[in-house]
Write a protein that binds this ligand. Structure first.
Ligand code: ADE
Length: 230
């Protein structure tokens, strides 16, 4: 992790499932303060945009020294990722791909961005967590890590939890209920009390399809295209 705000880590990942897995060494995190590689007495990491414009841009020389000091990259086939709203948009398939890589170096930017040349020269992959702009890459890095960590063996006790969730099947998840059977006049659907596993599975499947069709026409289209391929 390369960041100007090392205190943001492990942040939320020090709690709950990810936090327990961190204590058990199922995953680990090395945080490097980009300031360490800054220039001069003030440890400068940025400068004004060439050609004019607002804000500040992170210098390529500073970023390259930081990357070269920590990224074990190419030999290990581990990706170097810059969190940026211009990147390919994160989805569950990309989460699996990054999990399978067994580790990555994440670069969090601030200001108006980073000098484009360092992205080219160090073969940096840009990843976005969605079509909106954050004030920096750190919360995006936490999101990306959370999505990967929960898939690691031993992090979630019941592996079946992972298979039935949204996106793994290409459908959004079916609705869930628990006790009490009646609450504020609302009943749990009868079929779930029937004990009929075949009927319950069928009902959940139809619910997942209805919800996906109504809420996410984009996923629904892809889901049907994938069915036709099979
Ligand atoms: N940095 C700022 N906005 C971002 C986004 N949407 N995704 C990833 N990194 C970002």
């Amino acid at each position: 992790m390369l960041t100007l705000f090392p205190d943001m880590f492990p942040g939320s990942l020090g709690q709950s499932l990810a936090g327990k897995a961190l204590e058990r060494n199922i995953w680990s995190l090395e945080v490097t303060d980009l300031k360490t590689f800054g220039l001069g007495k003030h440890r400068t990491v940025d400068d004004t945009p060439t050609g004019g414009g607002p804000g500040m841009v992170m210098r390529p020389d500073v970023l390259a020294s930081a990357i070269d000091a920590v990224h074990i990259g190419d030999a290990e086939k581990q990706p170097l990722i810059y969190l940026s709203p211009r990147g390919e948009v994160l989805n569950q398939a990309l989460v699996h791909e990054l999990k399978d890589a067994g580790g990555a170096t994440l670069l969090c930017g601030r200001f108006e961005g980073v000098d484009e040349r360092v992205l080219e020269a160090r073969n940096v992959r840009e990843v976005s967590i969605g079509d909106y702009v954050l004030s920096g890459g750190e919360p995006a890095a936490l999101v990306l890590m959370d999505a990967i960590i929960r898939l690691l063996p031993g992090v979630i006790g019941d592996a079946a939890t992972l298979e039935s969730e949204s996106f793994e099947s290409g459908l959004l998840e079916y609705p869930q209920y628990t006790r009490p059977q009646e609450w504020e006049g609302r009943m749990v659907p009868d079929v779930l009390l029937s004990g009929h596993h075949g009927e319950i599975d069928g009902w959940r499947r139809r619910q997942a399809e209805d919800i996906t069709r109504a809420r996410r026409p984009d996923l629904w289209k892809r889901y049907n295209a994938q069915d036709e391929d099979e």
